[in-house]
Design a protein around this ligand. Structure first.
Ligand code: ADP
Length: 425
């Protein structure tokens, strides 16, 4: 463990703070924001990042690190490989929440008061088009949505219960990856399935909504014309999707019923002929779990290249299969771009965001070249230096690199809900 400063959180203050949690199957990402700012007319609404970090490998030998707002490492810790039963088991989510709340207490030198927790929750179903203050009833409804996102929803909800047990009465807010897409026209959310199945919730939901919402809010300060017009945002991370924004509202997305649809991703296959799944069942005798593993964990960049799910590794590899995977990744983006531009009826701007979108000039260049027919003229020098504007002046369609910030979006929603008069359950 590194020598941690006694007070990682600012001393000598009595600030209010928000905790943001993003829990996955084996990790817990967290950020702490200070509420309010020393000056300015909207001081109450300002949020300042204090620390962010992650607890990962929660089912094995867990690791923890935390950085300040400048990315400077403040503390890190690694747990030993868990002993075989009946010895102490892995840290798990429960141990991670205990550790984190204790760490925050120990490193809070100045009376920082936690006023709420915002959670990233993948699925809000048809009902939740906005973030919601959590109580037993809402939590029950969100639990009932677990079959729609079995690999994510239960992990997202677990910390909510754990926090309620450890810090009873602390307000908690759920922010959904699906919510931003509820503004899309019905036709773009529908599958061509019998109506009785649509009524049971079998529809296109779309995901990465917190990222798209952040970009939609940030876009006016980069490109007022595009923000009022037609933009396609590409969230290219380990998970990848694209969203068509019409005047800042989602009107279509590449992801559908689940987060495996649409683009090729790190380990997910993206868009697939449903007949292929039937073939896997009938001819290759694969059951649902084996197919799930194949589509979610063994496909995408990893499956096609046979090398890695990490775009950095593939970009540096001389193996032909690495290039094949990159080519398919770009091709699938190109096809989705055509589809989303058609849904918008034109295009004013492209926005690249998330790990690959923000950092890979090579992928941006390949995508922009394929988008020349939409009026994109790449400025190669600006692209190599990371933008934000990477299209030439006078390009009919602009291209931007805008870093996303889902955590800030969650903190902002959480603060909004806490400051609204609410009826608590
Ligand atoms: P997550 O969906 O897990 O939040 P990120 O948004 O962090 O993912 O994106 C992870 C992806 O970004 C990985 O494929 C990684 O290789 C890629 N990436 C990060 N930095 C670079 C870089 N400099 N060049 C190319 N790809 C990068």
């Amino acid at each position: 463990m590194s020598a941690a400063p006694a007070t990682a959180l600012p001393p000598g203050s009595s600030h209010e703070a928000l905790l943001v949690l993003n829990a996955g199957s084996s990790s817990l990402k967290f950020s702490v924001y200070q509420v309010g700012a020393p000056e300015g007319p909207d001081a109450k609404r300002k949020l300042k990042l204090l620390v962010s970090g992650v607890l990962e490998e929660l089912g094995h030998a867990a690791r923890f690190h935390v950085k300040d707002s400048q990315g400077q490492m403040l503390d890190e810790l690694a747990w030993p490989e868990p002993a075989p039963a009946p010895g102490p088991g892995p840290l798990g989510h429960s141990g991670a929440i205990d550790f984190l709340t204790q760490w925050l207490r120990e490193h809070n030198g100045g009376g920082m008061r936690l006023i709420g927790v915002g959670h990233r929750v993948v699925h809000g179903g048809v009902r939740y088009a906005n973030p919601v203050l959590l109580g037993p009833e809402v939590l029950g409804e969100l639990q009932a949505l677990s079959p729609l996102a079995p690999l994510h929803q239960p992990h997202n909800l677990l910390p909510i219960r754990l926090i309620e047990q450890r810090l009873p009465g602390l307000p908690q807010v759920a922010c959904f990856d699906t919510a931003f897409h509820r503004s899309a026209p019905e036709v773009s959310q529908a599958f061509a399935l019998p109506a009785k199945l649509s009524q049971k919730g079998l529809r296109r939901y779309g995901f990465h909504g917190l990222s798209y919402e952040y970009i939609a809010r940030a876009l006016p300060s980069f490109d007022a014309h595009a923000a009022a017009g037609k933009t396609v945002v590409m969230h290219l991370g380990n998970g990848a999707s694209m969203c068509a924004l019409q005047a800042g509202r989602s009107i279509a997305s590449s992801m559908g019923f689940t987060a495996v649809d649409g683009l090729m991703m790190g380990t997910r296959c993206g868009n697939l002929d449903p007949g292929l799944v039937l073939y896997l069942m009938d001819e290759l005798k694969m059951d649902a779990r084996a197919i799930e593993r194949l589509l979610y964990k063994e496909s995408g960049l990893l499956g096609v290249s046979g090398i890695s799910s990490d775009m950095r590794v593939l970009s540096e590899s001389a193996e032909p299969r690495a290039q094949e995977a990159i080519d398919l990744f770009v091709y699938r983006i190109t096809r989705e771009l055509g589809s989303l531009a058609a849904a918008l009826g034109g295009l004013d701007a492209l926005v690249f965001t998330a790990g690959i979108g923000e950092h890979s000039a090579k992928i941006r260049e390949a995508v922009c070249k394929q988008a020349a027919w939409l009026g994109v003229e790449l400025d190669s020098v600006a692209n190599e230096s990371g933008g934000p504007l990477i299209s030439r002046l006078g390009s009919r369609c602009a291209a931007w690199v805008i870093p996303t910030n889902e955590e800030l979006m969650i903190a902002s929603h959480t603060l909004d809900l806490l400051q609204q008069p609410q009826e608590f359950e």
